[in-house]
Design a protein around this ligand. Structure first.
Ligand code: GLY
Length: 560
């Protein structure tokens, strides 16, 4: 019943948002309202994105953060979109086999639940860089709402309460995290006012001193000292040396659209580019949304694109590859030629398309839970951000004096070739751990233009399933003619090569006819609870703006 209520809310919000000129979609309502207020005060989309980023660190600790990292895709009318990479890096003391024991076996939980699982955080540098390049309002004004929310507190929502209950074990492992989330030894109640005074102090320093207030000074020193006590390895010079990097998006053309997608260290842009490039070799105009034929065809392409991802892609500054080879029309035609519309190829028979990485010639030289939101302002500027602590609540470890919850992003590296990570992804040398390297990501904030005009901003959390969620949301809007609300609500599926299974959301799973057809095609369908928690801002060719938050989450779409 509650879920049904959320669906209705999501739909209502999407309808309400029609005809809007500016819009915010965020996974949590208080932070979304912060973004709308910044726009009302004359801030632009970049200002609002900065303010929402800090607010979510307070109101959405599952994934909103200052202790993690992420990506932003930024569009200004008349300019090509640009991508900002503020992904975490491996600390200088990290090494390839740091999560293996003396028998070269992965130590369970070492890359996910320990202080050594944390990469050097990038969020504060990233938000500061976004503001430095494009911000309009004073920095302090953008951080202050988060300072207030952390200091004065806010009421715990039913969704937040449930998220805490779902993560009881992780949140009780570290004594400081336990104190924060279990005041009086009980999980934070619905409606309780939750204050985070240490985080408020840290945010106050960031408000006053900019990113230097995080990467140095008292916060930096306290961060390093406390982390060391808990067994972590990030040093002050790791923090000081951290840089956010502007990168050129992956540009893909499909169905009359120009898609600008996150480049490496995200694999999202390249994987979506590969899938759409393969799809271009078929008569895709006759495909129907979520038919057995469509799911089968896309799953076959997903297998091949993820096989390439897992083999060839890694942090680009340490493992530079000629990734354009994976998007070359001739290569994608050859890859599409491997796909049969009648039979699935089992994953064990699907290989990375250029052969083993060492022999592929793709290397340019010898080697090196998440949340999404989007803002559109009245001037047409748009930002789509996905940032994360990796697992929900990161590694579950709190640095008490600074109020910072740590990420466990190191798990996104391939800790041991062939062994699956938190998301079941396997990798090899391209994504091996190395000091200062950025771990391969699936986060895919995206901006789509048509005829040089803004058409959509998309994004989603969901680890390895982010890529296919963004892809399907895009196809729903561009190919299947859905509006924003329909596109975000439509049930989803996912294949990532390994394991060899198509994950189906319950609504697809209950269609036994569909499941049987997929099985007959040789696919292995499996039911999962939900995939992704997308955001959409969509502008039709007539200029009507629709914003939609995913009914799978607790998000909201606002507009004015
Ligand atoms: N931490 C999930 C991702 O970056 O793909």
């Amino acid at each position: 019943m509650r879920r049904f209520g959320l669906v209705i809310l999501g739909i209502w919000i999407a309808c309400f948002a029609a005809h809007a000129q500016s819009a915010v979609v965020a996974p949590e309502p208080i932070a979304a309202k912060v973004g709308m207020r910044v726009l009302a005060q004359g801030g632009n989309a970049m200002d609002a994105a900065v303010a929402i980023g800090f607010a979510l660190a307070v109101t959405y600790p599952q994934a909103g953060n200052i202790g993690g990292g992420g990506f932003a895709m930024v569009y200004r009318p008349g300019n090509e979109p640009v991508a900002l990479d503020f992904r975490e890096t491996a600390p200088a003391a990290a090494s390839r086999d740091m999560y293996l024991d003396k028998n070269r076996k992965l130590v369970p939980g070492a890359s996910t639940l320990t202080a050594r699982a944390a990469g050097v955080p990038g969020t504060v540098r990233g938000l500061s860089e976004l503001w430095r390049c494009y911000g309009h309002l004073p920095w302090k004004k953008l951080v202050e709402p988060a300072v207030r929310l952390a200091g004065a507190g806010y009421r715990i929502s039913p969704y937040q309460h449930r998220a805490i209950l779902h993560h009881l074990k992780k949140l009780s492992g570290d004594p400081d995290t336990r104190c924060l989330f279990f005041p009086g030894k009980k999980p934070l109640r619905e409606n309780a006012v939750w204050r985070q005074p240490a985080l408020a102090k840290t945010l106050k320093r960031i408000a006053a001193r900019g990113d230097a207030g995080f990467y140095g000074g008292r916060v930096g020193r306290d961060f390093v000292k406390e982390l060391k006590k808990k067994g972590g390895m990030i040093t002050l010079s790791d923090l000081e040396n951290y840089r956010a990097i502007w990168r050129t998006p992956v540009h893909v053309k499909f169905n009359g659209d120009d898609l600008y997608l996150m480049p490496l260290p995200s694999s999202g842009g390249i994987v979506i580019g590969e899938i759409l490039g393969m799809l271009g070799n078929f008569d895709y105009s006759r495909l129907k949304s979520n038919s057995a034929e469509t799911i089968h065809l896309l799953a076959e392409m997903e297998k091949r694109a993820y096989a390439d991802r897992n083999t060839y892609l890694g942090g680009p500054d340490h493992f530079p590859v000629d990734w354009q080879r994976l998007l070359a029309p001739a290569y994608l035609k050859q890859r599409a030629g491997e796909v049969s519309i009648r039979h699935a190829t089992s994953s064990s028979a699907v290989s990375p398309g250029l052969g083993p990485v060492e022999k592929s010639g793709i290397m340019l030289k010898e080697s090196p839970q998440t949340t999404s939101y989007a803002v559109l302002d009245r001037a047409g500027n748009c930002v789509s951000i996905t940032y994360t602590l990796n697992g929900l609540f990161g590694n579950g470890i709190l640095l008490k004096n600074t109020g910072i919850l740590l990420n466990n992003e190191m798990d996104d590296f391939s800790a041991k070739p062939g062994s699956p990570n938190l998301y079941g992804l396997v990798g090899g040398i391209a994504n091996a751990i190395a000091p200062g390297k950025r771990m391969l990501s699936s986060m895919t904030p995206a901006i789509v233009l048509r005829n040089g005009r803004f058409r959509m901003a998309l994004g989603s959390p969901g680890g390895s399933t982010i890529i296919t969620t963004v892809l399907q949301t895009y196809l729903n809007l561009s190919l299947f003619g859905m509006n924003a609300e329909q596109a975000i609500t439509a049930p989803r599926f996912h294949h990532q090569w390994l394991p060899d299974e198509i994950r189906l959301e319950p609504e697809l799973w209950k269609n036994q006819n569909l499941v049987e057809k997929l099985k007959k095609l040789g696919q292995n369908p499996r039911k999962v609870r939900g995939l992704g928690n997308a955001v959409i801002i969509f502008q039709s060719s007539r200029g009507k703006v629709e914003a939609a938050a995913d009914p799978r989450g607790s998000g909201i779409a606002l507009s004015r």
